[in-house]
Design a protein around this ligand. Structure first.
Ligand SMILES: [Zn+2]
Length: 568
């Protein structure tokens, strides 16, 4: 179709850095507006949106979306009227929160963003602690991996907000979540307002103070935490999920999120965490007049409760069902707030990764192979076996890893020949383990080309390559078999289920795009979360250098109009 129907002609777009400037060009008569042959004037967007709203629902797998989508009646029902991609892929192997959030608005894979995991090891760092948290600045002496000085310093690429601000500094880039890493990976290097939940309050970047609107929300959160809250209602359609299941020394499946007074961390694993996050987003929309300026703004909202609830309860119990109902309502409140202010906004909703239910319930539900990982796969246990086998010992841990899978680092304090022997022995040991699907060395991955083609057809090596950064990845990467939960002992009340694997239950997430007037459709073919940033950049008419993104623009209008045509 003719791009002029939407924005400006291509030649003009190349002269103007941002289509926000197109407003000026329009006033000068340089652009043509909708030549209404192809568009419905009363509903079609006329030019770039004034506000991008990027929603991440942490651990919202394509499976959860499929299971509950017919039940949604509020915000998630609205978004399903737009462009629906039920098979969006976080195509890489390390399906964790930090790498996943980094793909969403940078349009790049972890191999390029540098965010290969939530935590990795830098055995050469001057700091005594070698474990590095993805969203910390370890050069700040106050920072540790557990209590970080929050920063985007490890993110090697710009986010969409960074690019928008680079094109026009008047753009406001706002990012909120319960999780600091979600805030930083969606917001990036130049965030105007950044807030995450820390010790019962929404905290902000070092050297900044919360704004009056954030303080007001913090007062409300403090009052809620102090008082506690009753159990939440369960929709009738949750009945089949609302069944008790024995896990470890406890029981799960029938929780209702009664909030005990005085427990700020209990708020996290409850739908009320998302609600507080949206309250904050709504307050910032008003305080900063987002979407009302001369250029487009961007608001990132990462809703963390689905993830905390999944980790604490698994994905198939009554708890997750209640959360899905509340999530729908909470997103509805965000959209209603934007509507009420008359803002011309475009929404994308996706997730940083999927998730897997607890093996105890899966074995009751026709998946007998679901198991918990052998504690012998922990780095300390493997190191012990390797020392016995090779005779090599080290003054520091022989093997470091953030868990029972993923990147494993061999001590730098042993000689090169010993290191090579330990790496070889580790590969052999891990490959022989019945719960291990694949093992790759850094050398192997470095020689592997970056994957292309359909993400559902990526080999395990392709997936590991997409997560590989030679400056940060381990000496050995271990991928567990399907349906192996890398939590040997479930801790009821905190951590019983997880994600992070190279399998599709962790890789597949929904991708929904909505804007008033766009013609909705459903495209079942696989797409990737790295396609989101180029898609939004095109909607904005943002001119970016060739090769900025690993992903491709998706035409999110189901009609003749092509929302990608502004960037040829
Ligand atoms: Zn996550």
């Amino acid at each position: 179709m003719d791009t002029a129907d939407l924005f400006c002609d291509g030649a003009l777009m190349r002269r103007f850095a941002v289509s926000a400037l197109c407003g000026l060009a329009l006033a000068l008569g340089a652009c043509s507006t909708a030549r209404t042959a192809h568009v419905t004037p009363e509903t079609a967007p006329s030019g770039p949106p004034k506000l991008i709203v990027a929603i991440s629902v942490d651990q919202f797998s394509a499976d959860l979306f499929a299971q509950y989508r017919s039940r949604f009646s509020s915000g998630l029902a609205r978004l399903q009227q737009g462009a629906v991609f039920p098979s969006g892929f976080q195509a890489h192997a390390a399906t964790e929160t930090c790498p996943g959030h980094a793909t969403l608005l940078t349009g790049t894979r972890p191999a390029r963003s540098g965010i290969i995991a939530n935590n990795w090891y830098d055995l050469g760092t001057a700091r005594a602690e070698k474990k590095i948290y993805c969203a910390e600045d370890e050069n700040d002496p106050a920072s540790s991996s557990r209590d970080p000085v929050v920063s985007a310093v490890h993110l090697k690429v710009p986010t969409l907000g960074d690019l928008m601000k680079g094109a026009n500094p008047a753009t406001r880039n706002v990012s909120v979540s319960a999780k600091d890493r979600a805030v930083m990976m969606m917001g990036g290097h130049r965030i105007d307002a950044a807030y995450w939940y820390y010790k019962g309050q929404f905290a902000t970047l070092k050297g900044r103070e919360p704004s009056p609107a954030a303080n007001a929300i913090n007062n409300a959160v403090a009052a809620l935490v102090k008082k506690g809250a009753p159990a939440m209602p369960m929709p009738a359609w949750c009945a089949s999920a609302d069944q008790p299941i024995a896990v470890g020394k406890g029981q799960l499946g029938t929780g209702r999120f009664a909030l005990e007074a005085g427990k700020p961390d209990a708020l996290r694993a409850s739908p009320r965490m998302d609600s507080a996050t949206v309250d904050l987003a709504n307050a910032l929309i008003d305080e900063m007049n987002l979407g009302k300026g001369s250029v487009a703004d961007i608001l990132s909202v990462s809703l963390s409760a689905t993830d905390y609830i999944g980790h604490a309860n698994g994905t198939e119990g009554g708890e997750m069902c209640v959360q899905m109902a509340e999530l729908d309502r909470t997103i509805g409140r965000l959209l209603a707030h934007l509507d009420a202010r008359g803002i011309d906004y475009a929404v994308v909703l996706s997730a940083d990764h999927g998730g897997l239910d607890i093996p105890e319930r899966q074995r009751e539900q026709a998946l007998p192979r679901a198991v918990r990982a052998d504690p012998g796969l922990a780095p300390q246990a493997l190191a012990k076996a390797l020392s016995v086998q090779t005779g090599v010992t080290s003054p520091d841990p022989l093997l470091s890893s953030d868990g029972l899978f993923g990147d494993f680092y061999v001590s730098r304090k042993i000689g090169a020949a010993d290191r090579a022997r330990v790496i070889g022995a580790l590969v052999k040991l891990a490959r022989a383990h019945p719960q291990v699907a694949a093992v790759f060395t850094a050398d192997e991955l470095a020689k592997t080309p970056l994957p292309s083609g359909s993400p559902q057809d990526f080999t395990l090596k392709d997936r590991a390559r997409a997560s590989f950064d030679p400056t940060r990845s381990g000496d050995v990467v271990i991928l567990l078999d399907r349906a192996v939960t890398p939590i040997p002992e479930p801790a009821v009340g905190s951590f019983v289920a997880t994600h992070g694997s190279a399998w599709d239950y962790d890789r597949r997430v929904p991708m929904l795009f909505w804007r008033k007037g766009l013609r909705g459709f459903e495209q079942p073919a696989p797409v990737e979360t790295i396609d989101i940033a180029p898609t939004l950049a095109a909607m904005l008419g943002l001119a970016v250098p060739e090769g900025t993104f690993d992903g491709r623009c998706l035409d999110v209008d189901g009609g003749e109009r092509n929302t990608c045509e502004v960037i040829k």
